[in-house]
Design a protein around this ligand. Structure first.
Ligand code: ATP
Ligand code: MG
Ligand code: MG
Ligand code: MG
Length: 560
Protein backbone atom coordinates (compact mmCIF):
# COMPACT_ATOMS: atom_id res chain seq x y z
CA UNK A 1 0.00 0.00 0.00
CA UNK A 2 1.18 3.48 -0.79
CA UNK A 3 0.21 6.07 1.73
CA UNK A 4 -0.52 8.58 -1.00
CA UNK A 5 -3.47 6.34 -1.92
CA UNK A 6 -4.61 5.63 1.59
CA UNK A 7 -7.67 7.19 3.15
CA UNK A 8 -6.11 8.38 6.34
CA UNK A 9 -6.51 11.43 8.53
CA UNK A 10 -4.42 11.61 11.64
CA UNK A 11 -5.04 14.17 14.35
CA UNK A 12 -2.38 15.96 16.37
CA UNK A 13 -4.83 17.14 19.00
CA UNK A 14 -6.35 14.85 21.56
CA UNK A 15 -10.09 14.71 20.84
CA UNK A 16 -12.00 16.19 23.75
CA UNK A 17 -14.61 13.49 24.04
CA UNK A 18 -12.07 10.72 24.54
CA UNK A 19 -10.83 9.96 28.06
CA UNK A 20 -9.07 6.67 27.57
CA UNK A 21 -5.67 6.37 25.85
CA UNK A 22 -7.01 3.69 23.51
CA UNK A 23 -10.01 5.79 22.56
CA UNK A 24 -7.88 8.89 21.99
CA UNK A 25 -5.31 7.01 19.96
CA UNK A 26 -7.82 5.16 17.80
CA UNK A 27 -9.37 8.50 16.88
CA UNK A 28 -6.03 10.28 16.48
CA UNK A 29 -4.58 7.51 14.33
CA UNK A 30 -7.70 7.63 12.18
CA UNK A 31 -8.57 3.98 12.88
CA UNK A 32 -12.23 4.71 13.42
CA UNK A 33 -14.75 7.55 13.38
CA UNK A 34 -17.72 8.12 15.57
CA UNK A 35 -21.12 8.22 13.88
CA UNK A 36 -23.41 8.35 16.91
CA UNK A 37 -23.10 7.61 20.61
CA UNK A 38 -21.51 4.18 20.88
CA UNK A 39 -21.59 3.66 17.10
CA UNK A 40 -18.36 3.75 15.12
CA UNK A 41 -17.22 3.35 11.55
CA UNK A 42 -13.94 1.57 11.05
CA UNK A 43 -11.50 3.14 8.62
CA UNK A 44 -9.15 1.03 6.46
CA UNK A 45 -6.28 0.99 8.96
CA UNK A 46 -8.48 0.13 11.90
CA UNK A 47 -10.23 -2.56 9.93
CA UNK A 48 -6.91 -4.24 9.19
CA UNK A 49 -6.28 -4.58 12.91
CA UNK A 50 -9.77 -5.91 13.54
CA UNK A 51 -9.26 -8.50 10.81
CA UNK A 52 -5.95 -9.56 12.30
CA UNK A 53 -7.58 -10.16 15.65
CA UNK A 54 -10.48 -11.94 14.00
CA UNK A 55 -8.09 -14.22 12.18
CA UNK A 56 -6.18 -15.11 15.31
CA UNK A 57 -9.49 -15.94 16.94
CA UNK A 58 -10.62 -17.92 13.90
CA UNK A 59 -7.42 -19.96 13.75
CA UNK A 60 -7.51 -20.84 17.41
CA UNK A 61 -11.19 -21.71 17.34
CA UNK A 62 -10.65 -23.92 14.32
CA UNK A 63 -7.67 -25.53 16.03
CA UNK A 64 -9.86 -26.29 19.01
CA UNK A 65 -12.25 -28.14 16.73
CA UNK A 66 -14.98 -25.50 16.58
CA UNK A 67 -16.80 -24.82 13.31
CA UNK A 68 -17.53 -21.40 11.94
CA UNK A 69 -21.10 -20.48 11.33
CA UNK A 70 -22.93 -17.27 10.60
CA UNK A 71 -26.31 -16.50 12.10
CA UNK A 72 -28.45 -13.51 11.33
CA UNK A 73 -28.21 -10.49 13.56
CA UNK A 74 -31.98 -10.05 13.27
CA UNK A 75 -33.70 -12.48 15.62
CA UNK A 76 -37.43 -13.19 15.88
CA UNK A 77 -38.94 -12.37 19.27
CA UNK A 78 -40.48 -15.84 19.52
CA UNK A 79 -37.12 -17.43 20.24
CA UNK A 80 -36.52 -15.05 23.12
CA UNK A 81 -40.01 -15.62 24.40
CA UNK A 82 -39.39 -19.33 24.46
CA UNK A 83 -36.30 -18.93 26.60
CA UNK A 84 -38.10 -16.38 28.75
CA UNK A 85 -35.58 -13.64 28.07
CA UNK A 86 -37.67 -11.33 25.87
CA UNK A 87 -39.04 -9.45 28.84
CA UNK A 88 -36.15 -9.74 31.23
CA UNK A 89 -33.30 -8.72 28.96
CA UNK A 90 -34.28 -5.12 29.52
CA UNK A 91 -33.59 -1.89 27.71
CA UNK A 92 -30.20 -3.07 26.50
CA UNK A 93 -31.99 -4.94 23.71
CA UNK A 94 -32.66 -3.12 20.45
CA UNK A 95 -36.18 -4.22 19.50
CA UNK A 96 -37.86 -3.66 16.18
CA UNK A 97 -40.99 -4.58 14.23
CA UNK A 98 -41.37 -5.48 10.61
CA UNK A 99 -44.11 -4.11 8.35
CA UNK A 100 -46.45 -6.81 9.58
CA UNK A 101 -45.92 -5.89 13.21
CA UNK A 102 -43.88 -9.00 13.86
CA UNK A 103 -41.34 -8.40 16.59
CA UNK A 104 -37.60 -8.88 16.29
CA UNK A 105 -34.47 -7.79 18.02
CA UNK A 106 -30.94 -7.07 16.89
CA UNK A 107 -29.06 -9.86 18.62
CA UNK A 108 -27.23 -8.76 21.77
CA UNK A 109 -26.09 -12.39 22.08
CA UNK A 110 -27.13 -15.63 20.38
CA UNK A 111 -27.87 -18.41 22.89
CA UNK A 112 -31.46 -18.71 21.66
CA UNK A 113 -30.48 -18.80 18.01
CA UNK A 114 -27.86 -21.49 18.49
CA UNK A 115 -30.15 -23.53 20.72
CA UNK A 116 -32.74 -23.32 17.96
CA UNK A 117 -30.19 -24.44 15.40
CA UNK A 118 -29.15 -27.31 17.65
CA UNK A 119 -32.68 -28.54 18.24
CA UNK A 120 -33.28 -28.60 14.50
CA UNK A 121 -29.98 -30.12 13.48
CA UNK A 122 -28.92 -32.43 16.31
CA UNK A 123 -30.88 -35.63 16.77
CA UNK A 124 -28.52 -38.18 18.18
CA UNK A 125 -25.51 -38.52 20.45
CA UNK A 126 -23.56 -39.52 17.35
CA UNK A 127 -23.51 -35.86 16.30
CA UNK A 128 -21.96 -34.80 19.59
CA UNK A 129 -19.83 -33.12 20.75
CA UNK A 130 -20.30 -30.03 18.61
CA UNK A 131 -18.98 -26.51 18.92
CA UNK A 132 -20.27 -23.77 16.61
CA UNK A 133 -18.93 -20.24 16.54
CA UNK A 134 -19.41 -17.04 14.62
CA UNK A 135 -17.67 -13.71 14.36
CA UNK A 136 -20.52 -11.33 14.07
CA UNK A 137 -21.94 -7.94 14.93
CA UNK A 138 -23.83 -7.61 18.18
CA UNK A 139 -26.12 -4.85 19.32
CA UNK A 140 -26.57 -3.66 22.87
CA UNK A 141 -28.18 -0.39 23.73
CA UNK A 142 -25.78 0.13 26.59
CA UNK A 143 -26.93 2.47 29.29
CA UNK A 144 -23.65 4.30 29.15
CA UNK A 145 -21.69 3.70 25.97
CA UNK A 146 -18.20 4.97 26.57
CA UNK A 147 -14.49 4.71 26.00
CA UNK A 148 -14.98 4.28 22.25
CA UNK A 149 -15.25 0.66 21.22
CA UNK A 150 -14.52 -0.51 24.75
CA UNK A 151 -18.22 -0.19 25.43
CA UNK A 152 -20.07 0.53 22.22
CA UNK A 153 -23.60 -0.20 21.16
CA UNK A 154 -22.60 -2.09 18.04
CA UNK A 155 -19.58 -4.35 18.31
CA UNK A 156 -18.07 -7.48 16.87
CA UNK A 157 -18.12 -10.55 19.04
CA UNK A 158 -16.84 -14.02 18.52
CA UNK A 159 -19.42 -16.18 20.18
CA UNK A 160 -19.22 -19.94 20.37
CA UNK A 161 -21.71 -22.48 21.66
CA UNK A 162 -20.82 -26.02 22.62
CA UNK A 163 -23.21 -28.95 22.72
CA UNK A 164 -22.51 -32.12 24.65
CA UNK A 165 -24.38 -35.11 25.92
CA UNK A 166 -23.37 -34.73 29.55
CA UNK A 167 -21.49 -32.61 32.07
CA UNK A 168 -18.23 -34.48 31.50
CA UNK A 169 -18.44 -33.56 27.85
CA UNK A 170 -19.15 -29.96 28.76
CA UNK A 171 -16.10 -29.90 31.01
CA UNK A 172 -13.94 -31.04 28.12
CA UNK A 173 -15.43 -28.43 25.77
CA UNK A 174 -15.04 -25.70 28.37
CA UNK A 175 -11.43 -26.56 29.06
CA UNK A 176 -10.67 -26.58 25.34
CA UNK A 177 -12.13 -23.10 25.02
CA UNK A 178 -10.17 -21.98 28.05
CA UNK A 179 -7.01 -23.12 26.35
CA UNK A 180 -7.98 -21.56 23.01
CA UNK A 181 -8.61 -18.25 24.78
CA UNK A 182 -5.17 -18.36 26.35
CA UNK A 183 -3.65 -18.91 22.93
CA UNK A 184 -5.69 -16.07 21.45
CA UNK A 185 -4.82 -13.50 24.09
CA UNK A 186 -1.17 -14.62 24.14
CA UNK A 187 -0.97 -14.14 20.40
CA UNK A 188 -2.56 -10.70 20.74
CA UNK A 189 0.34 -9.78 23.03
CA UNK A 190 -1.92 -9.11 25.99
CA UNK A 191 -1.12 -9.37 29.65
CA UNK A 192 -4.28 -10.79 31.15
CA UNK A 193 -5.61 -13.02 33.82
CA UNK A 194 -8.41 -15.47 33.90
CA UNK A 195 -10.71 -14.84 36.83
CA UNK A 196 -13.52 -16.81 38.34
CA UNK A 197 -16.78 -15.13 37.54
CA UNK A 198 -19.06 -17.35 39.47
CA UNK A 199 -20.13 -17.05 43.05
CA UNK A 200 -20.00 -20.80 43.36
CA UNK A 201 -23.75 -20.97 43.77
CA UNK A 202 -24.15 -23.06 40.64
CA UNK A 203 -21.59 -25.68 41.44
CA UNK A 204 -18.57 -23.45 41.09
CA UNK A 205 -16.05 -22.69 38.37
CA UNK A 206 -18.84 -22.54 35.83
CA UNK A 207 -17.73 -19.26 34.39
CA UNK A 208 -14.50 -17.40 33.90
CA UNK A 209 -13.60 -14.03 32.50
CA UNK A 210 -10.43 -13.04 30.72
CA UNK A 211 -9.37 -9.74 32.16
CA UNK A 212 -6.76 -7.44 30.75
CA UNK A 213 -5.15 -5.53 33.57
CA UNK A 214 -5.62 -1.82 33.13
CA UNK A 215 -6.10 1.07 35.51
CA UNK A 216 -9.04 2.17 33.36
CA UNK A 217 -10.79 -1.20 33.43
CA UNK A 218 -14.45 -1.08 34.37
CA UNK A 219 -14.24 -4.29 36.35
CA UNK A 220 -12.52 -4.86 39.60
CA UNK A 221 -10.64 -8.09 40.13
CA UNK A 222 -9.43 -9.78 43.25
CA UNK A 223 -6.16 -11.68 43.26
CA UNK A 224 -4.43 -13.79 45.80
CA UNK A 225 -0.96 -12.60 46.73
CA UNK A 226 0.17 -16.17 47.06
CA UNK A 227 -1.83 -18.78 45.11
CA UNK A 228 -3.45 -18.59 41.66
CA UNK A 229 -6.89 -17.60 42.98
CA UNK A 230 -8.44 -14.72 41.03
CA UNK A 231 -12.05 -13.60 40.85
CA UNK A 232 -14.23 -10.84 39.55
CA UNK A 233 -15.14 -8.53 42.40
CA UNK A 234 -18.74 -8.50 41.25
CA UNK A 235 -18.93 -12.22 41.66
CA UNK A 236 -16.31 -12.83 44.30
CA UNK A 237 -17.92 -14.58 47.21
CA UNK A 238 -17.82 -12.45 50.28
CA UNK A 239 -15.41 -14.04 52.68
CA UNK A 240 -17.85 -13.32 55.47
CA UNK A 241 -19.97 -16.17 56.63
CA UNK A 242 -23.60 -15.45 57.11
CA UNK A 243 -25.89 -17.79 58.94
CA UNK A 244 -28.57 -17.13 56.46
CA UNK A 245 -32.02 -17.57 57.87
CA UNK A 246 -31.57 -15.85 61.20
CA UNK A 247 -29.60 -12.98 59.89
CA UNK A 248 -31.98 -12.47 57.06
CA UNK A 249 -34.88 -12.02 59.41
CA UNK A 250 -33.02 -9.44 61.30
CA UNK A 251 -31.71 -7.80 58.22
CA UNK A 252 -35.24 -7.46 56.95
CA UNK A 253 -36.22 -5.77 60.15
CA UNK A 254 -33.52 -3.21 59.96
CA UNK A 255 -33.61 -2.69 56.28
CA UNK A 256 -36.10 0.09 56.23
CA UNK A 257 -34.83 2.46 58.85
CA UNK A 258 -36.17 5.91 59.21
CA UNK A 259 -33.22 7.61 57.74
CA UNK A 260 -33.68 11.31 57.44
CA UNK A 261 -30.30 12.79 57.83
CA UNK A 262 -26.82 11.78 57.07
CA UNK A 263 -26.16 11.31 60.73
CA UNK A 264 -29.09 8.90 60.86
CA UNK A 265 -27.62 6.90 58.10
CA UNK A 266 -24.18 6.84 59.53
CA UNK A 267 -25.40 5.78 62.92
CA UNK A 268 -27.64 3.19 61.29
CA UNK A 269 -24.70 1.63 59.59
CA UNK A 270 -22.54 1.90 62.64
CA UNK A 271 -25.02 0.08 64.81
CA UNK A 272 -26.33 -2.52 62.40
CA UNK A 273 -23.29 -3.39 60.50
CA UNK A 274 -21.39 -4.58 63.53
CA UNK A 275 -23.23 -7.77 63.05
CA UNK A 276 -24.13 -7.84 59.42
CA UNK A 277 -22.05 -5.65 57.44
CA UNK A 278 -18.95 -4.36 56.11
CA UNK A 279 -19.92 -0.91 55.10
CA UNK A 280 -18.17 0.44 52.17
CA UNK A 281 -18.44 3.95 51.18
CA UNK A 282 -17.54 5.48 47.95
CA UNK A 283 -17.76 8.98 46.86
CA UNK A 284 -19.71 9.19 43.69
CA UNK A 285 -19.11 12.86 43.31
CA UNK A 286 -18.98 15.93 45.48
CA UNK A 287 -22.54 15.39 46.49
CA UNK A 288 -23.13 11.73 46.61
CA UNK A 289 -21.88 8.97 48.76
CA UNK A 290 -23.04 5.46 48.13
CA UNK A 291 -23.00 2.80 50.75
CA UNK A 292 -23.10 -0.90 50.49
CA UNK A 293 -23.56 -3.23 53.37
CA UNK A 294 -22.71 -6.82 53.17
CA UNK A 295 -21.65 -9.72 55.23
CA UNK A 296 -20.52 -10.10 58.75
CA UNK A 297 -18.29 -7.10 58.97
CA UNK A 298 -17.14 -4.16 60.90
CA UNK A 299 -17.83 -0.71 59.65
CA UNK A 300 -14.81 0.59 57.93
CA UNK A 301 -14.77 4.20 57.30
CA UNK A 302 -17.69 6.43 56.64
CA UNK A 303 -16.95 9.40 54.52
CA UNK A 304 -19.98 11.52 54.17
CA UNK A 305 -20.48 14.49 52.00
CA UNK A 306 -23.95 15.88 51.77
CA UNK A 307 -25.77 13.06 50.14
CA UNK A 308 -26.03 9.34 50.44
CA UNK A 309 -27.22 6.37 48.52
CA UNK A 310 -27.01 2.96 50.03
CA UNK A 311 -27.62 -0.64 49.27
CA UNK A 312 -27.84 -3.52 51.66
CA UNK A 313 -26.73 -6.91 50.47
CA UNK A 314 -28.81 -7.47 47.45
CA UNK A 315 -28.49 -11.17 47.41
CA UNK A 316 -30.50 -11.59 50.51
CA UNK A 317 -33.88 -10.05 50.91
CA UNK A 318 -37.18 -9.06 49.51
CA UNK A 319 -37.56 -5.50 48.47
CA UNK A 320 -35.78 -2.27 48.19
CA UNK A 321 -36.87 1.03 49.38
CA UNK A 322 -35.29 4.23 48.46
CA UNK A 323 -36.42 7.34 50.17
CA UNK A 324 -35.76 10.91 50.05
CA UNK A 325 -34.91 12.65 53.26
CA UNK A 326 -36.37 15.98 54.17
CA UNK A 327 -33.14 17.76 53.69
CA UNK A 328 -32.83 16.12 50.34
CA UNK A 329 -30.43 13.83 48.70
CA UNK A 330 -30.52 10.70 50.72
CA UNK A 331 -31.23 7.56 48.82
CA UNK A 332 -31.27 4.26 50.53
CA UNK A 333 -31.78 0.90 48.95
CA UNK A 334 -32.65 -1.90 51.28
CA UNK A 335 -32.25 -5.55 50.47
CA UNK A 336 -33.32 -6.55 47.04
CA UNK A 337 -34.58 -9.91 46.06
CA UNK A 338 -32.77 -11.05 42.97
CA UNK A 339 -36.02 -12.39 41.66
CA UNK A 340 -38.29 -9.55 42.66
CA UNK A 341 -39.78 -7.71 39.78
CA UNK A 342 -40.88 -4.80 41.82
CA UNK A 343 -38.49 -2.46 43.36
CA UNK A 344 -40.00 0.24 45.45
CA UNK A 345 -38.19 3.33 44.51
CA UNK A 346 -39.50 6.71 45.39
CA UNK A 347 -39.98 8.37 41.99
CA UNK A 348 -38.38 11.54 43.11
CA UNK A 349 -35.33 9.73 44.37
CA UNK A 350 -35.20 7.57 41.31
CA UNK A 351 -34.96 10.66 39.18
CA UNK A 352 -32.30 12.04 41.36
CA UNK A 353 -30.09 8.99 41.58
CA UNK A 354 -29.42 7.04 38.50
CA UNK A 355 -26.78 5.03 40.27
CA UNK A 356 -29.03 3.01 42.53
CA UNK A 357 -27.56 -0.33 41.87
CA UNK A 358 -29.85 -3.25 42.21
CA UNK A 359 -32.58 -2.19 39.98
CA UNK A 360 -34.15 0.94 38.73
CA UNK A 361 -35.17 -1.23 35.85
CA UNK A 362 -36.74 -4.61 36.15
CA UNK A 363 -34.31 -7.45 35.77
CA UNK A 364 -31.65 -5.13 34.66
CA UNK A 365 -29.14 -4.40 37.30
CA UNK A 366 -29.29 -7.35 39.58
CA UNK A 367 -26.21 -8.89 38.19
CA UNK A 368 -23.30 -7.56 36.35
CA UNK A 369 -23.21 -4.21 37.99
CA UNK A 370 -20.29 -2.25 36.75
CA UNK A 371 -18.72 0.68 38.43
CA UNK A 372 -18.45 3.43 35.89
CA UNK A 373 -21.27 2.13 33.79
CA UNK A 374 -24.09 1.82 36.23
CA UNK A 375 -22.93 4.58 38.45
CA UNK A 376 -20.20 7.10 38.30
CA UNK A 377 -17.71 8.08 40.86
CA UNK A 378 -14.20 8.91 41.75
CA UNK A 379 -13.52 6.23 44.24
CA UNK A 380 -14.69 2.82 43.15
CA UNK A 381 -15.12 0.97 46.34
CA UNK A 382 -18.12 -1.19 45.71
CA UNK A 383 -16.68 -4.28 47.16
CA UNK A 384 -17.45 -7.67 48.57
CA UNK A 385 -13.85 -8.05 49.46
CA UNK A 386 -11.35 -5.50 50.54
CA UNK A 387 -7.63 -5.30 50.01
CA UNK A 388 -5.91 -7.64 52.43
CA UNK A 389 -8.92 -9.93 53.00
CA UNK A 390 -8.03 -13.58 53.23
CA UNK A 391 -7.90 -15.67 50.10
CA UNK A 392 -10.71 -18.28 50.20
CA UNK A 393 -8.30 -20.89 48.83
CA UNK A 394 -5.11 -20.42 50.82
CA UNK A 395 -5.71 -17.68 53.35
CA UNK A 396 -3.03 -15.30 52.07
CA UNK A 397 -3.95 -11.61 51.69
CA UNK A 398 -5.96 -10.60 48.62
CA UNK A 399 -5.00 -7.83 46.22
CA UNK A 400 -7.42 -5.74 44.21
CA UNK A 401 -6.82 -4.48 40.68
CA UNK A 402 -8.79 -3.20 37.69
CA UNK A 403 -9.41 -5.10 34.50
CA UNK A 404 -11.07 -5.01 31.10
CA UNK A 405 -13.27 -8.01 30.33
CA UNK A 406 -12.20 -9.16 26.87
CA UNK A 407 -13.55 -12.69 27.01
CA UNK A 408 -16.04 -14.74 28.95
CA UNK A 409 -16.57 -18.49 29.02
CA UNK A 410 -19.62 -19.97 30.62
CA UNK A 411 -21.08 -23.36 31.41
CA UNK A 412 -24.75 -22.99 30.59
CA UNK A 413 -25.73 -26.57 31.32
CA UNK A 414 -29.29 -27.29 30.18
CA UNK A 415 -30.80 -23.88 30.88
CA UNK A 416 -31.60 -23.13 27.24
CA UNK A 417 -31.96 -26.65 25.94
CA UNK A 418 -34.63 -27.32 28.55
CA UNK A 419 -36.60 -24.13 28.10
CA UNK A 420 -36.43 -24.46 24.33
CA UNK A 421 -36.69 -28.24 24.05
CA UNK A 422 -33.33 -28.94 22.43
CA UNK A 423 -32.98 -32.70 22.92
CA UNK A 424 -30.99 -35.55 21.47
CA UNK A 425 -31.40 -39.30 21.65
CA UNK A 426 -28.71 -40.83 23.81
CA UNK A 427 -27.12 -44.24 23.47
CA UNK A 428 -29.70 -45.70 25.83
CA UNK A 429 -32.48 -44.50 23.50
CA UNK A 430 -33.62 -41.78 25.87
CA UNK A 431 -34.28 -38.17 24.83
CA UNK A 432 -32.10 -35.82 26.88
CA UNK A 433 -31.49 -32.07 26.86
CA UNK A 434 -28.24 -30.93 25.26
CA UNK A 435 -25.63 -29.74 27.71
CA UNK A 436 -24.37 -26.37 26.55
CA UNK A 437 -21.58 -23.89 27.06
CA UNK A 438 -21.11 -20.41 25.59
CA UNK A 439 -17.93 -18.52 24.96
CA UNK A 440 -17.54 -14.86 23.93
CA UNK A 441 -14.72 -12.55 22.92
CA UNK A 442 -15.17 -8.87 22.15
CA UNK A 443 -13.11 -8.25 19.02
CA UNK A 444 -13.11 -4.45 19.03
CA UNK A 445 -12.77 -4.31 22.79
CA UNK A 446 -9.74 -6.57 22.47
CA UNK A 447 -8.30 -4.12 19.94
CA UNK A 448 -8.76 -1.24 22.40
CA UNK A 449 -7.33 -3.33 25.25
CA UNK A 450 -4.22 -4.09 23.21
CA UNK A 451 -3.67 -0.35 22.81
CA UNK A 452 -4.19 0.23 26.55
CA UNK A 453 -1.19 -2.01 27.15
CA UNK A 454 0.90 -0.87 24.19
CA UNK A 455 1.33 2.85 23.72
CA UNK A 456 3.64 5.72 24.60
CA UNK A 457 3.45 9.51 24.32
CA UNK A 458 3.91 9.29 20.54
CA UNK A 459 1.17 6.82 19.79
CA UNK A 460 0.25 3.18 19.48
CA UNK A 461 2.82 0.38 19.60
CA UNK A 462 1.10 -2.57 17.97
CA UNK A 463 2.46 -6.03 18.64
CA UNK A 464 3.53 -7.44 15.28
CA UNK A 465 0.73 -10.04 15.34
CA UNK A 466 -2.03 -7.44 15.05
CA UNK A 467 -0.29 -4.43 13.50
CA UNK A 468 -2.10 -2.97 10.46
CA UNK A 469 1.22 -3.16 8.59
CA UNK A 470 4.51 -4.62 9.79
CA UNK A 471 6.84 -2.17 8.08
CA UNK A 472 6.73 1.43 6.90
CA UNK A 473 9.29 2.65 4.37
CA UNK A 474 9.85 6.39 4.49
CA UNK A 475 11.75 8.31 1.85
CA UNK A 476 13.01 11.29 3.89
CA UNK A 477 12.84 13.81 1.07
CA UNK A 478 10.06 13.06 -1.36
CA UNK A 479 11.54 15.40 -3.97
CA UNK A 480 14.77 13.40 -4.01
CA UNK A 481 14.28 11.00 -6.91
CA UNK A 482 17.06 8.65 -5.84
CA UNK A 483 15.60 8.29 -2.35
CA UNK A 484 12.17 7.69 -3.82
CA UNK A 485 13.50 5.09 -6.21
CA UNK A 486 15.35 3.14 -3.53
CA UNK A 487 12.43 3.39 -1.11
CA UNK A 488 10.09 2.04 -3.75
CA UNK A 489 12.53 -0.73 -4.57
CA UNK A 490 12.73 -1.80 -0.90
CA UNK A 491 8.94 -1.59 -0.68
CA UNK A 492 8.53 -3.85 -3.72
CA UNK A 493 11.05 -6.37 -2.45
CA UNK A 494 9.40 -6.58 0.94
CA UNK A 495 6.03 -7.06 -0.72
CA UNK A 496 7.44 -9.80 -2.88
CA UNK A 497 8.48 -11.52 0.37
CA UNK A 498 4.90 -11.38 1.56
CA UNK A 499 5.65 -8.75 4.18
CA UNK A 500 2.90 -6.26 4.91
CA UNK A 501 4.48 -2.95 4.14
CA UNK A 502 3.45 0.63 3.42
CA UNK A 503 5.41 3.17 1.48
CA UNK A 504 4.96 6.68 2.81
CA UNK A 505 5.27 8.43 -0.54
CA UNK A 506 3.16 11.41 0.49
CA UNK A 507 4.45 14.83 -0.31
CA UNK A 508 5.08 15.64 3.33
CA UNK A 509 8.06 16.52 5.44
CA UNK A 510 9.94 13.62 7.01
CA UNK A 511 8.92 14.83 10.47
CA UNK A 512 5.24 14.50 9.61
CA UNK A 513 5.78 11.01 8.29
CA UNK A 514 7.71 9.93 11.38
CA UNK A 515 5.00 11.31 13.62
CA UNK A 516 2.28 9.49 11.71
CA UNK A 517 4.23 6.23 11.64
CA UNK A 518 4.66 6.44 15.41
CA UNK A 519 1.04 7.41 15.99
CA UNK A 520 -0.29 4.58 13.84
CA UNK A 521 2.12 2.26 15.58
CA UNK A 522 3.82 0.41 12.74
CA UNK A 523 6.39 -1.91 14.37
CA UNK A 524 9.29 -1.44 11.91
CA UNK A 525 10.39 1.79 10.24
CA UNK A 526 12.90 2.02 7.42
CA UNK A 527 14.06 5.48 6.50
CA UNK A 528 15.67 6.10 3.15
CA UNK A 529 17.68 9.30 3.51
CA UNK A 530 21.05 10.89 2.80
CA UNK A 531 22.97 7.78 3.77
CA UNK A 532 21.98 6.09 0.53
CA UNK A 533 25.18 7.55 -0.89
CA UNK A 534 26.97 4.95 1.27
CA UNK A 535 24.39 2.34 0.33
CA UNK A 536 22.74 2.59 3.75
CA UNK A 537 19.30 3.16 5.28
CA UNK A 538 18.00 3.56 8.84
CA UNK A 539 16.21 0.77 10.63
CA UNK A 540 14.14 1.49 13.72
CA UNK A 541 11.71 -0.46 15.83
CA UNK A 542 8.68 1.36 17.18
CA UNK A 543 9.24 0.07 20.70
CA UNK A 544 12.93 0.90 20.83
CA UNK A 545 14.63 4.28 20.73
CA UNK A 546 17.75 2.99 18.96
CA UNK A 547 18.37 3.73 15.31
CA UNK A 548 20.40 1.26 13.38
CA UNK A 549 22.15 2.03 10.12
CA UNK A 550 22.12 -0.96 7.81
CA UNK A 551 23.11 -1.77 4.24
CA UNK A 552 20.30 -1.61 1.71
CA UNK A 553 20.89 -5.29 0.82
CA UNK A 554 20.41 -6.25 4.47
CA UNK A 555 16.90 -4.81 4.76
CA UNK A 556 14.97 -7.90 3.72
CA UNK A 557 16.95 -10.22 6.00
CA UNK A 558 16.72 -7.79 8.89
CA UNK A 559 12.96 -7.37 8.57
CA UNK A 560 12.36 -11.06 8.32
P1 ATP B 1 -19.56 -6.09 30.32
O1 ATP B 1 -19.51 -6.72 31.68
O2 ATP B 1 -18.34 -5.31 30.01
O3 ATP B 1 -20.82 -5.33 30.06
P2 ATP B 1 -20.65 -8.47 29.33
O4 ATP B 1 -20.34 -9.35 30.48
O5 ATP B 1 -22.00 -7.88 29.25
O6 ATP B 1 -19.57 -7.28 29.27
P3 ATP B 1 -20.65 -10.73 27.57
O7 ATP B 1 -22.12 -10.86 27.45
O8 ATP B 1 -19.93 -11.66 28.45
O9 ATP B 1 -20.32 -9.20 27.96
O10 ATP B 1 -20.07 -10.72 26.09
C1 ATP B 1 -18.84 -11.31 25.69
C2 ATP B 1 -17.78 -10.27 25.37
O11 ATP B 1 -18.26 -9.24 24.49
C3 ATP B 1 -17.29 -9.49 26.57
O12 ATP B 1 -16.37 -10.24 27.29
C4 ATP B 1 -16.69 -8.26 25.93
O13 ATP B 1 -15.37 -8.52 25.47
C5 ATP B 1 -17.57 -8.03 24.72
N1 ATP B 1 -18.55 -6.94 24.96
C6 ATP B 1 -19.66 -6.98 25.71
N2 ATP B 1 -20.31 -5.82 25.68
C7 ATP B 1 -19.59 -5.00 24.87
C8 ATP B 1 -19.74 -3.66 24.42
N3 ATP B 1 -20.79 -2.93 24.78
N4 ATP B 1 -18.80 -3.14 23.60
C9 ATP B 1 -17.74 -3.87 23.21
N5 ATP B 1 -17.54 -5.15 23.60
C10 ATP B 1 -18.45 -5.71 24.41
MG1 MG C 1 -19.35 -8.67 32.35
MG1 MG D 1 -22.70 -6.01 29.58
MG1 MG E 1 -19.44 -11.23 30.44
Amino acid sequence: MKMSNMLINTLREVPKEAELPSHQLMLRAGMMKKMASGIYNFMPLGLRVLKKIENIVREEMDNAGAQEFLASAVIPAELWKESGRWDVFGPEMFKLKDRNEREFCLGPTHEEVFTDIARNEINTYKQLPLNLYQIQTKYRDERRPRFGVMRSREFIMKDAYSFDKDNEGLDVAYNKMHEAYENIFDRCGLEYSCVEADSGAMGGAGSAEFMVKSEFGEDEIVFCSSCEYAANMEKAPSTAEISEKEDMKELNKIATPDVRTIDDLVSFFKTTSKKFAKTIIYEADEKVVAVMVRGDREVNEVKVKNAIGGAVDFEMASEAIVRKATNAEIGFAGPIDLKADVLLVDEEVKNMYNFIVGGNDTGYHYENVNYGRDFEGKVGDFRNVIEGDKCPKCGAPLIIARGIEVGHIFKLGTKYSESMGAKFIDEDGEAKPLVMGCYGIGINRTMAAIIEQNYDENGIMWPLSVAPYSVVVIPAVHKDEEQMRIAEDIYNKLRAEGIEVVLDDRKERAGVKFKDADLIGIPVRITVGKKIKDGEVEFKLRNNEDLEVIKIEEVICKVK
